[in-house]
Ligand binder design. Sequence first.
Ligand code: SF4
Length: 408
Amino acid sequence: MRERGQREVFCGLTGIVWLHRKIQDAFFLVIGSRTCAHLMQSAAGVMIFAEPRFATAVMEERDLAGLADANDELDAAVARLLERRPDIKMLFLVGSCPSEVIKLDLSRAAARLSDRHAPAVRILSYSGSGIETTFTQGEDRCLAALVPELPRVDNAPPQLLIVGALADVVEDQFARLFAAMGLDTVCFLPPRRAGDLPAVGPNTRFLLAQPFLADAAKALEARGAAHIAAPFPLGAEGTTLWLKAAAQAFGVDPMCFRAATAAPEARAKRALAPLEASLAGRRVFFFPDSQLEIPLARMLSRELGARLVEVGTPYLHRQHLAEELALLPEGTVLSEGQDVDRQLDRVRAAAPDITVCGLGLANPLEAEGLTTKWSIELLFTPIQGYEQAGDLAALFARPLDRQTRLRV
Ligand code: SF4
């Protein structure tokens, strides 16, 4: 089903909430309105830092004649910030959707400011505007903006690049698993520090850790890197297939692959087993939100026996999701895009056991008696890999258990 109506999804600014924790010496300066500042404050303000790594420069309404002043103001705000915070090594100017911001050319501003503040600080720009991006696409835009900055390698030995922000603990687990298979030259994008940008060239093979990175993948391919097709590392099966795709691309001996993955895979399956009782046969409805919906639906149906009523996604990248789509049960209803009122009619008619949706829809649906899961939590919580498979399943089991207890 393809829908092009009104949508209820956070804008791409939301990605800053997890990106600012990932690149530890980067700073995200949103050029936006008071609405953007409120979003950042309420989505990310719960995390108190002595020195925060994001802020909003509020643009007041002005006419075209005021644009020169706006650029001067921006330059002055950046200069003040960098003077006060010498720890910042990479600064992202993040665009938003108010018309005053659209009129500003942020890529030109980033180039101008880079000249002024290089080599101490690298200044880049991308758009997190709600007109152009949904929720997780902010990360995609951010990584795509980073790709031109990556050093070039032409004659290096083949190397594996993992693309997509992962919690440090998950990244470390994957690095250990790859090392156990004999793959030592594994790099991650985004890096933990601005100075550790991985080099990319024709010998780079990249594996996507997140399903929402269309622009970043395209930019990497333009640099000569090749995409390794794989499902995403959610659940025991998904993690094994994801790792196996890399192992096969690099000619890892199958025995060596089994030796490296057998024990953690068995651990993941043991963690999932007790949760199957809560989830088997449960009917799940996914609203389109994070683009994680299809891999999550695959994991819930294949590893936990859940039944899929409808699986919505804001965008369906058929090439990146091909391996996932092949694993979904025959006849699964997929919806791409959104027409929120029609989708609300469908969810009410279907009365699923659990509805996965954004914050804006969750509370009203709870009030109507539906059990919901906030999809944003799936981005803030480490869910990838073997060791997190049980935690991921528990995120879905918990609201169902709570509902059962309340009914009892
Ligand atoms: Fe709202 Fe647009 Fe700002 Fe996002 S970028 S908070 S959608 S005004």
